[in-house]
Design a protein around this ligand. Structure first.
Ligand code: GLN
Length: 196
């Protein structure tokens, strides 16, 4: 199976490495045509304002929205979660792609120095080591959104059908299980969607 990782900015290489460990054909996506034949896309952490601009220049934003509406699987982590959200509470300059019914707050856990690691529990996976780096927080979620993990009562991993988002970085702890969940539970059901 071929799965894309948005390679415009951020820590996309780490996601590609994890997917390769799962024997997935992981490709770096920078243009709409790079999505050809893929069954899903990971949107990595990085800087959401920069990523939003690059998505517009590349016209990948429209392609991702069109595919998502046909059931294409998306997994956004950290800045990727901000981009997929319906609304960003504390940033009115960045217009998110509005593909999952959550409102987020950027940098809600504090500055770089407040980045932290903790043990969490994920539904259907179990204990997981989560790393938060200038992480966004989900401040509200709609009824159609399922919370797959919470930390101190706050949802940190959520799914609405073909879209999954997480506040933390699952690609840098050597654990492949969350990517495996995305591949096996979300990408296999979504057939490759033609570019256009
Ligand atoms: N603080 C970044 C933002 O708001 C996200 C940080 C990350 O992706 N690790 O875009």
């Amino acid at each position: 199976m071929k799965i894309g990782v948005l390679g415009l900015q951020g820590d996309f290489r780490e996601h590609i490495q994890v997917l390769k460990k799962l024997d997935v054909d992981a490709v770096d996506v920078r243009l709409p045509e790079d999505l050809e034949g893929t069954s899903g896309l990971v949107i990595p952490g990085g800087e959401s304002t920069t990523l939003r601009k690059l998505l517009r220049f590349s016209e990948l934003d429209q392609e991702i929205i069109a595919r998502a509406k046909q059931g294409f699987a998306l997994f956004g982590t950290c800045a990727g979660m901000i981009l997929l959200s319906n609304q960003i509470k504390n940033d009115d300059k960045t217009d998110p792609l509005q593909l999952i019914d959550i409102t987020v707050s950027r940098n809600a856990y504090g500055r770089q120095i407040d980045s932290f690691e903790t043990s969490i529990k994920i539904k259907d996976i179990g204990d997981f080591h989560a790393i938060f780096i200038r992480a966004p927080q989900i401040v509200s979620l709609g009824e159609c959104v399922e919370a797959l993990s919470k930390h101190n009562g706050v949802t940190i991993l959520a799914r609405q059908n073909n879209i999954m988002v997480g506040s933390f970085h699952p690609e840098i702890n050597g654990d492949v299980r969350l990517h495996q969940y995305f591949v096996e539970k979300m990408c296999i059901q979504s057939q490759p969607v033609a570019t256009g």
